[in-house]
Ligand binder design. Structure first.
Ligand SMILES: Nc1ncnc2c1ncn2[C@@H]1O[C@H](COP(=O)(O)OP(=O)(O)OP(=O)(O)O)[C@@H](O)[C@H]1O
Ligand SMILES: [Mg+2]
Length: 370
């Protein structure tokens, strides 16, 4: 009973004006030259099944430059059954986003993204290497993204926590500037701790599971050295409320909240070495892929269904042995959509089993499935 995407229609989405793509279970390869719309197509799939772009928080960027709105429509098949779900996302700048499932308005974006649309997605874009290489906020965003795709309540807790921290920060500055008294902080501390604990609980449950999947994925992708992710708390989870209280004077002086899940991080380790600081480009890229595979395994374990995999330009920069491993991995998955400029990365047998979609200038030029 694992769902997959059967068809996707993009209307005024990026450089697509109006086109439909048919997809199959297993491996789908989007092939085309540079700047033709491969990345846009993968982004479009993600937008269709989660209601947001994984590439930008600014929805208006996905609207075709010559259009006033963008729309995606997707048909999701349930394997081994005739049932099919139709989902649509419509967006016009300045208006509320419209999300519908079988013609009915979705209750919320968080609900739609956390399975409400009928299928979840794990994506990889080349820029995602920042999860390993970049700032702690990139790694937190990765964790929060996985957890939000599992439960709408987690997505809400993360958003409300971020708002509560901002409000506490404003108050800290008012206290510093003499417009408020320190006594008023207690109420905000309480709110921040209540929401922060929900975030921490979610992450504390997920990280050990991800760690295990990450270690086995990186072993398969890279080699036998022991890989791990290790969460680091900015404050001990047991003494969180107390630590926040103890930080009052320092926080007032700086005007920011110095501890809590918005300041946490995780280390990405290979053979005991921190890849964020010391990893080679290839190690960082493979570790990023292993984190994404761990996300897939975690989603599968938590909801009993595979997310679809959307992997952009994943084969470039990898050696032949690793490309072969990945091709096998995608072929065996419930559904993967990957993009490439170069079909020569794949041998004949793989191309025969895959669904190849050729695109050019924001239009599908060849698509056998359907
Ligand atoms: N909102 C938009 N409206 C119209 N065109 C857009 C919009 N956003 C991006 N584009 C254009 O779409 C084109 C295709 O972009 P895309 O990133 O999908 O290319 P690609 O096939 O992935 O190329 P590459 O192989 O270089 O990664 C680009 O020329 C880009 O400028
Ligand atoms: Mg691209």
């Amino acid at each position: 009973m694992t769902p997959y995407l059967r068809a996707l229609r993009l209307v005024n989405f990026r450089n697509y004006t109006n086109d439909t793509v048919f997809l199959k279970p297993g491996l789908n390869i989007v092939a085309g030259d540079n700047a033709q719309g491969k990345t846009n197509l993968l982004e479009g799939i993600s937008f269709a099944v989660t209601g947001s772009s994984p590439r930008t928080p600014n929805d208006s960027e996905v609207v075709n430059w010559d259009a006033k709105f963008a729309r995606t429509e997707a048909r999701i098949a349930i394997e081994g059954s005739d049932a099919e779900r139709k989902v649509a996302v419509g967006y016009a700048p300045g208006e509320k986003k419209r999300l519908s499932v079988d013609g009915a308005t979705a209750p919320s974006l968080a609900h739609y993204a956390a399975g409400g649309a009928g299928v979840r997605a794990v994506n990889f874009f080349p820029d995602d290497i920042r999860i390993v290489k970049g700032a702690p906020s990139d790694r937190r965003e990765f964790l929060d993204g996985i957890l939000s795709s599992l439960r709408p309540s987690y997505a809400r807790a993360v958003n409300e926590y971020a708002k509560a921290v901002q409000q506490r920060n404003q108050l800290l500055r008012r206290i510093r500037d003499g417009f408020s008294s320190e006594r008023t902080l207690a109420t905000w501390d309480q709110k921040v701790v209540d929401l922060g604990e929900q975030v921490l609980q979610g992450r504390d449950v997920a990280v050990p599971v991800l760690d295990e999947h990450f270690a086995s994925s990186l072993r398969a992708l890279y080699g036998p050295e022991k890989a791990a992710i290790r969460y680091s708390h900015s404050a001990s989870p047991d003494g969180y409320a107390e630590a926040l209280r103890e930080a009052h004077s320092a926080d007032i002086e700086r005007g920011t909240t110095s501890i809590g899940p918005h300041r946490d991080d995780f280390e990405v380790l290979l053979g005991g070495v921190d890849l964020t600081t010391f990893g080679s480009q290839g190690q960082q890229r493979l570790a990023t892929l292993a984190l994404k595979f761990a996300a897939r395994d975690h989603v599968r374990g938590a909801v009993g269904e595979d997310p679809i995999l959307l992997f952009d330009d994943v084969m470039s920069e990898l050696d032949g042995r690793r490309r072969e491993f990945l091709a096998g991995y995608f072929l065996e998955s419930t559904q993967a959509v990957i993009s490439t400029t170069n079909l020569e990365y794949f041998d004949e047998e793989i191309l025969r089993r895959a669904n190849v979609i050729r695109i050019s200038g924001g239009a599908v030029t060849e698509n056998v499935a359907g």
